[in-house]
Design a protein around this ligand. Sequence first.
Ligand code: TMP
Length: 207
Amino acid sequence: MSASYIAFEGPEGSGKSTQAARLADALSAILTRETGGTAIGARLREILHDTTVHDMSPRAEALIAAADRAQHLDEIVRPALAAGRTVVSDRSIYSTLAYQGFGRELDVDELRTINAWATGGTWPDLVVLIDPPDDVIAQRMSERELDRFEAAGAAFHDRVIAGFRTMAAGDPDRWIVVEGLGSIDEVGDDIAARLAQRGVRIEGGRR
Ligand code: TMP
């Protein structure tokens, strides 16, 4: 199989953005992100992350993320795939299922339906979940300024990470799970080796 739409998922502080950029570079792929991968998405992201917002309805939150995603798929992902490019995305539909579904406790099947419509049915072929031990994440989070999601509390984040693990375990053909411990290069090599097992090969250069 040759995957062309690869998403990175994981909690804040997992190092997924660094690894997404590293892989995109190695694959000469389009690097993009949700939320905020488009100009419209950047405006939606500002609302989603605004720490002065305290009363956003979880359904509104889910729909704003879905609107970001609809724009992202139409403007960036589908045209790139149609042009034969590989797309590496920092987050995807699975963040909505984890954060708004498992985290905010909205119905996961309803979120799948809404997002199937928003995405026009284009879902990542492969998902790399970077899942460091909980104490490592807690330590990294204690060292940074928190946005609205990061400040949502331990119980919320426990549900989110449990959600990621549940989805990965339930769909092992699509998901690759790595611990993300070690240097950037060590983690990157681990991801490349796991992707190679799924037929995604990095030609020449570093793996
Ligand atoms: P990031 O900068 O780590 O990508 O952070 C994005 C935040 O937005 C993160 O806390 C997860 C959250 N988020 C959702 O809650 N739902 C979504 O659908 C997406 C894409 C992100």
